[in-house]
Write a protein that binds this ligand. Sequence first.
Ligand SMILES: C[S@@+](CC[C@H](N)C(=O)[O-])C[C@H]1O[C@@H](n2cnc3c(N)ncnc32)[C@H](O)[C@@H]1O
Length: 208
Amino acid sequence: MADERLVKSRKRVADHGEVFTPCWLVDDMLDLVKSETERIDSRFLEPACGSGNFLVPILERKLTAVKARHGRSDFETRHYALFALMCVYGIELLADNAAECRDNLAGTFTRSLGVRAGEELDRAARAVLAVNIVRGDALAMTTSTGDPIVFPEWGYLGKGRYQRRDFRFDNLTQRASASEGLFAHFEEHEIFTPVRTFPVMTVKELAA
Ligand SMILES: C[S@@+](CC[C@H](N)C(=O)[O-])C[C@H]1O[C@@H](n2cnc3c(N)ncnc32)[C@H](O)[C@@H]1O
């Protein structure tokens, strides 16, 4: 795109390495994992997500998949679309970028479904984004207040019901190494325990 803004200021580039990726390059990179981007329940985490240059097109691809698979039912479309959003995660150091990222994802979600601002589904989506897009330091794995970053693991149980379990990010990053070596003989649930488990929720409860 000719008017795409890839740099906000020279100072931000120097201080935070803030140079955004052009959409043609994002698309080429996402095509390398095309089938994953088109799977509703594949989870993506962008650890330096900026304003969402990767996360927005990932969500768009997932929403296209939702419509192709569940488009005949408005109920299923809306619920699977929310689940698709639940599978998109980001970490961003700067407050304005994190807020912009949440807004861009929320706008993509509501436009795609024809949902108005303030409607129940919009409020549920905002509640999801408030916890899925974290303002923090991906290297230190801490939030802007110095606490460990925690991410929700969402599941869609069908019939409009969602489950949520929260895990510490530093714990999750050890998953790959735990599949080999010392802990290989343990089941995942024996090593990784959620820091919090929520009661099953509906869109209405999420929105509240
Ligand atoms: C090069 S930009 C890329 C933004 C986006 N991923 C893209 O491709 O358009 C890097 C982003 O990472 C953020 N950032 C820098 N250090 C970070 C850190 N330790 N943890 C999280 N975000 C960080 C910056 O604020 C900036 O928004």
